[in-house]
Design a protein around this ligand. Structure first.
Ligand code: AMP
Ligand code: ZN
Length: 112
């Protein structure tokens, strides 16, 4: 079972900030911003490439928005980020939406 499936099934701990029957949001273990939360599907979906359920896609984004509101970063602004596959820098092969904020964030898109 992948690491995020284990978090979804509560087999390994995480600092959960939101949960419903379809998705889970928890704090990133190595935050790169003052607020850094990951929103995952409870069901294993590898990446956006494998995402077909439009409702689930919408839920991930709306839960990202809700987390930003709950953690008081929505007014100043934040970043929602999906990495997809190797070139996208995705390291965990279970879809996750990064919610990043709490400071002005630099652009960091560079090609090798
Ligand atoms: P990505 O590079 O987009 O695949 O991001 C994976 C993210 O998962 C990284 O920001 C990691 O810090 C985070 N991460 C990995 N393992 C855990 C964990 N057990 N709990 C919370 N976050 C994790
Ligand atoms: Zn998984």
């Amino acid at each position: 079972m992948c690491i995020f499936c284990q978090i979804a099934k509560k087999k390994i701990p995480a600092e959960i900030v939101y949960e419903d029957e379809k998705v889970l949001a928890f704090k990133d273990i190595h935050p790169i911003a003052p607020v850094h939360v990951l929103v995952i599907t409870k069901e294993h979906v590898e990446s956006v490439n494998e995402l077909v359920d439009e409702q689930l896609a919408g839920r991930l984004i709306l839960v990202g928005k809700r987390v930003a509101q709950d953690l008081a970063i929505s007014e100043k602004g934040y970043k929602l980020l999906f990495r997809v596959g190797a070139d996208g820098g995705q390291e965990v092969s279970h879809i996750h939406l990064h919610v990043l904020g709490g400071a002005k964030l630099y652009e960091e898109i560079r090609a090798e």
